[in-house]
Design a protein around this ligand. Structure first.
Ligand SMILES: *Cc1c(COP(=O)(O)O)cnc(C)c1O
Length: 423
């Protein structure tokens, strides 16, 4: 049996209708922006392998650092013990974040980083003898697939079977200069019950790369602060350069209380989640009373290998070369978005740094199940590009090491495929 046949017998793939899905493509090697399948075919990874890969696949510097760490200390319980990679990573990361972020809590992925953040906020109130159980979130938010993270995500096809079991969340529209007043009055009516507001800053990824203005979000954050609503800024996707700056936070005038990271945190090499908090949050858990402890942890909390990968990735991210590449991708995207803007089959072109997205006009309208996405996906695969449309929404999230030649090839192929008629 070949890899595809063996895979089909034993593997259940994520976000995949296993009855109708095409056989999974076996990938045997990665290098830079490329992935190679078992037949030697090469693909440009234009979605950074689900938005995680920053510096390219199998980066030699990260590989070397992780391999050294693997032979030194691979894992240690993080309750009662600590290690250099975790200490160094926390120090390095906090230096780059808004100056009120002072403590780092480790977990394994974006969803758990969100779970931790939610528990911090709910217990923050609880530890002060207050009961605040409502949470504020954007209508089409996406914060992950565990139950808490699903609860604060917009209700959609993804959450439908679990609808009755998700906790109550007050959903609001994303802010615009027009609706800001309305949002404020909506929030002020329930402000006393609200523990926190969780949001994806600037770009709502899974919702279809929907964007909003930093000025409007800053205003909304400021208002929530005045109402004593804690702010959880979910930078799982936007963190580590995606938006053109190191963090979406660098566009905002207000500071969040808590931040969540994963995806690009380790350069996309190893699973890891981080929740950072202000000392105001942290101090509310300090007590002689053991019940005020944050009782949360995962077996692989602050895994030394993942910490080492993150340290190496952040070092690469701060290099001049990487920063120049991020700027170059941003500029190239800007040029291409002007071409897309003129295209009769394209609408709602939007860009934030290295993230470029647009809708394809179809009679089916914008939806996750729009079939045009599948047609495009296959055409791009044929042409050696991995693009994964969300229904009729297409986006590019390339790794920062991508060359201008490869970007040009992707742009040209997009224009070519846009001319094709889906059957
Ligand atoms: C992907 C994502 C998550 C969930 O992260 P996982 O590692 O997939 O659990 C949470 N928040 C945002 C904004 C994301 O894009």
């Amino acid at each position: 049996m070949n890899l595809q046949q063996r895979d089909k017998l034993v593997n259940w793939h994520p976000y995949t209708q296993m009855k109708t899905a095409e056989d999974a493509i076996p990938i045997v090697k990665g290098k830079g922006a490329y992935l190679f399948d078992d037949k030697g075919k090469q693909y440009i990874d234009a979605v950074s392998s689900w938005w995680v890969t920053l510096h390219g696949h199998a980066h030699p510097y990260i590989a070397q650092k992780v391999s050294e760490q693997l032979q030194t200390l691979e894992q240690v319980i993080f309750a009662g013990f600590t290690h250099q990679p975790a200490i160094q990573l926390s120090e390095n990361l906090l230096k780059l974040l808004p100056d009120n972020q002072e403590k780092v809590f480790y977990s394994d992925n974006g969803s758990t980083a969100v779970e931790v953040a939610l528990k911090m906020c709910i217990q923050f109130a609880h530890n002060q003898g207050k009961k605040k159980t409502k949470i504020l979130a954007f209508k089409d938010a996406y914060h992950g697939d565990t139950f808490g993270a699903m609860s604060v995500s917009g209700r959609s096809v993804w959450t439908k079977p679990f609808g009755d079991m998700l906790f109550d969340v007050a959903f609001i529209d994303t802010p615009t200069s027009e609706n800001l007043r309305g949002l404020q009055s909506q929030i002020s009516h329930i402000a006393d019950e609200i523990a926190c507001f969780i949001y994806e800053p600037l770009v709502q990824g899974a919702a279809g790369m929907l964007t909003h203005n930093p000025e409007d979000l800053s205003e909304l954050m400021k208002f929530c602060k005045k109402q004593n609503i804690l702010l959880i800024q979910d930078e799982v996707f936007t963190g580590f350069g995606r938006t053109g700056k190191l963090f979406a936070a660098d566009y905002l005038t207000e500071k969040p209380d808590i931040m969540c990271f994963s995806k690009g945190l380790t350069g996309g090499t190893m699973p890891m989640g981080i929740t950072t908090s202000s000392n105001e949050i942290f101090n509310a858990f300090l007590s002689e009373d053991k019940y005020k402890t944050l009782f949360h942890g995962h077996s692989f909390t602050a895994n030394p290998l993942a910490c080492t990968a993150a340290l190496a990735s952040m070092e690469l991210l701060l290099n001049k070369e990487t920063q120049d590449n991020i700027r170059l991708i941003t500029d190239k995207h800007k040029e291409f978005s002007q071409i897309l803007n003129q295209h009769p089959k394209v609408e709602n072109v939007r860009q934030t740094g290295t993230i470029l997205a647009w809708d394809i006009k179809t009679e089916q309208g914008t939806s996750y199940f729009n079939t045009i996405g599948k047609f495009f996906y296959k055409e791009f695969l044929n042409k050696g590009i991995i693009l994964r449309p969300l229904g009729n929404i297409m986006y590019l999230v390339p790794p920062y090491c991508i060359t201008t030649e490869d970007l040009e090839y992707i742009y040209q192929t997009i224009l070519q495929v846009l001319q094709m008629k889906p059957n």
